[in-house]
Design a protein. Structure first.
Length: 252
């Protein structure tokens, strides 16, 4: 995608990577619409960042996605970029179903069905735009598993393969598929994670992402240097060592 001149919708961007990316894109001359579940957060965000538009959306609710899509497309018919940012990450113990099943189902609903439904709500419109992008959001954990977050790892691996496949299917359209692959970043995705010294500072992460988008507008996968340790372990032949190091240090 181009670094500027877009109209971008980012559901799940009231905090963390989503919000930081939304503000960075706004600074680069893009029109940005932020989506989130909590009305008070959206109102606060709009007050603190004039020019950033907001819409209420719960990406775990298919009807909310449909309603938000109608609202966004009615207000911003020039929309040409969708970033499927919303996601959850939970620690799970899979020894007994009562300790993981509810969490796993909820994670799949938000992290996998949410992006699928979002793409379903916008893909026809995006094909009418001369230059459009769907940016999916996977993770370094799509390629090397963190022991304590099985469902998160699995959903992000699914997002990676979905991205790869949609790129093939939509090759005959104006829609490009770009996959954002974060490493551990200092956000509140898990309790206490924003202070984790092993994770990448949020401002540094988003600055590097923006530099990649600017330098490589045709990039299929947006990978900061720190995620490549996880992303390419299997290709390098040191996958077992990567998994061992990841789970020894527990950077999430």
């Amino acid at each position: 995608m181009d670094i500027t001149g877009n109209t971008v919708f980012i559901p799940g961007a009231t905090s963390g990577i989503g919000l930081a990316l939304a503000l960075a894109l706004r600074e680069r001359g893009n029109s940005v619409v932020v989506g989130g579940r909590r009305t008070e957060l959206l109102e606060k965000l709009a007050a603190e960042h004039p020019g950033v538009e907001t819409v209420r959306i719960d990406t775990a609710d298919p009807e909310s996605i449909k309603d938000a899509a109608k609202d966004v497309l009615a207000r911003f018919p020039e929309l040409n970029v969708l970033i499927t940012m919303a996601g959850v990450m939970r620690v799970e113990d899979w020894h007994r179903p009562e300790t993981f099943l509810e969490s796993a189902e909820s994670t799949v609903t938000t992290n996998l069905l949410g992006p699928i439904r979002l793409i379903g709500a916008f893909v026809e419109h995006l094909q009418t735009r001369p230059d459009a992008t769907i940016m999916t959001v996977s993770s370094g954990l799509a390629f090397a598993p963190l022991k304590i977050t099985p469902s998160y790892n699995a959903t992000k691996a699914a997002i990676h393969m979905l991205s790869e496949t949609l790129r093939l299917q939509l090759a005959d359209t104006s829609v490009k598929i770009t996959e954002l692959e974060p490493p551990a970043v200092r956000t509140d995705l898990l309790p206490g994670h924003a202070e984790n010294e092993h994770a990448m500072p949020l401002d540094e992460y988003v600055a590097e992402v923006m530099s990649i988008i600017e330098a490589q507008p045709e990039a299929r996968e947006i990978q900061v240097e720190r995620v490549k340790f996880l992303r390419y372990g299997e290709a390098r032949g040191d996958y077992d060592q990567v998994v061992a190091a990841l789970n020894a240090s527990d950077p999430h």
